[in-house]
Design a protein. Sequence first.
Length: 293
Amino acid sequence: MESVQEAVQRVAAALGQAPLVFGHGTQDAWDEATALVLGVTGLPDQKAYADHPLVEHQQEQIDALMQRRIAQREPLAYLLGRAHYAGYEFLCEPGVVIPRSPIGLLIGAGMRPWLRQPPSVVVDVCCGTGCLGILCAHTFPEARVLLLDVDAHAVALARRNVSAHGLEERVRVAQSDLLDALSEPVDLLVSNPPYVDAADMGSLPLEYQHEPVLGLSGGADGLDVVVRLLEQSSGFLSDRGLMVCEVGRSAAALQREYPAVPFVWLDLPQGGEGVFVLDGVDLPGVATSGQRA
């Protein structure tokens, strides 16, 4: 039987020779091979357990998942049923977008320097697995958090993740079309809404085609959901509050749509693009300043 180190090396070589695209929590074939082997074995660290021998059923499972990853181009998070993201583990399953937004790292840093004080109420809109809102609950232990998603499947999975993190007392999950279920002002609104435009939807790598269209597609210019969210948010974000939203490659289209809105586009040294922050005091004029108004 192979050791952990030998299995990682073998899987990394096979993945590296295949026409795969990474980006669902791993950056290259070695990272993905390590995540696959550790995911199957349940071991916490590849280096510390490099010489740990695999048992037969583990090697068989590793081989089966590796073959599916290569042949079907299925994202590893779906194969394992979980993803490691921003220092935490989240349950994942087909039908819900896999956690990967760069917003997670910003939350872990307390949203400094943009958030003036710890929030009392946080909402995660288009929450998917619930990862961003759950990270907020860990980072801001005094805050109440609401997770919202229009999709019943995502809502059910978010509830399971809230339970897995032991946050049921502070984190509530509701099915909602954007902010329809919101009834109080919030201090921090985080969102990774569908923002992929039609051109990019037509050329997504196979890995991303395994994810739900509902969680990715933002219409012709990528802004169908984002514009609605901005317009609704102006009625709920407190003056001292902050909106943090990812729009990816649709950032230029959003700036053209709202040329007078002072979006602050963040530098993301660990990868990603198109994340803005917007102060609550700058939101009231959004509904009338857009080109679609």
